[in-house]
Structure formats: structure tokens, C-alpha cells
Design a protein around this ligand. Structure first.
Ligand SMILES: [Zn+2]
Length: 138
């Protein structure tokens, strides 16, 4: 993967971060509606400085759109989620080291999930402003 990335020009890599315990709790409590391809989570999660609100808190068992019984994804077992997180962590470490080496990395904590989108956009804008400012001063 990184060999391919090494040949692709990029401005920077953004590493979105959340604590492992939060990711596991989120995955284990989410429900999906296959016909609608929607995900629901009636719980909210707080860990360290992270606070993720629930998605459709009123939804407990059936999809509010098509009334299909909501299901847990087969790969959302504790063992499977831990394994996916470990695999991600190994790749993440390799990617992190590569980006640090290239000095093109932005660490971004997703404190509130999708509510962090505008802060992420501002962070990217600020990063480009800094890149452009640095190139103007050369
Ligand atoms: Zn549905």
C-alpha cells in the first residue's frame, strides 16, 4: 500500500482518531437496515474528551423508514471488531511513520463524530493556508 502511495503526489494525510474503547462500543451497539442501507445507534458514548451523540435515539428495533427489523452486522462481534482495530492500528502505524517522515500529516481527533466536519474543513483550510504561505515566502 505505501509503495503505491509513495508514487502518488499528495499534500498531506489526515489521521482521524478516536479511542479504541469508544470505537468498540460504537460498533457493538450499532444496528443496520439492509434494505435501506442505513445505520442506527441509539446510544451515546463518552470517553475521555470524546462525546458521540446517538443517531435516531428513538429507534430501538425496527427501521423508521421501512419498518424492517434492524440487525447487527455479522462482523460487529467483539472479537471481529478487536481484530479489525488491530489490523487498522498496524496499518495506521505504518502510514503514520510514512507521513511523519514526509512531514505531511494532520492528526485530527473526532471528538463529536460528524459534528466535527466543519472543524475538519477549517483545519484543512488552515493547513493549505500555511502551505501557500510557506511557498510564497521562498
Ligand atoms: Zn429500512
Amino acid at each position: 500500500m505505501l509503495l503505491k502511495l509513495n508514487n502518488i503526489p499528495f499534500d498531506f494525510i489526515i489521521l482521524l482518531q478516536q479511542p479504541e474503547d469508544l470505537i468498540i462500543k460504537k460498533a457493538l451497539s450499532r444496528k443496520t437496515c439492509e434494505p435501506c442501507n442505513k445505520t442506527f445507534n441509539s446510544q451515546e458514548f463518552i470517553s475521555q474528551d470524546f462525546h458521540l451523540k446517538n443517531i435516531h435515539p428513538q429507534v430501538k428495533s425496527n427501521c423508521p423508514i421501512c419498518n424492517t427489523l434492524l440487525a447487527t452486522r455479522k462482523d460487529d462481534s467483539f472479537r471481529s471488531v478487536k481484530k479489525r482495530f488491530f489490523q487498522f492500528s498496524v496499518f495506521h502505524e505504518e502510514l503514520r511513520n510514512f507521513a511523519l517522515y514526509k512531514e505531511k500529516i494532520i492528526f485530527f481527533d473526532l471528538f463529536k463524530g460528524v459534528e466535527d466536519l466543519s472543524r475538519l474543513v477549517r483545519t484543512i483550510d488552515d493547513h493549505y493556508d500555511k502551505l501557500l504561505g510557506d511557498s510564497k515566502s521562498l
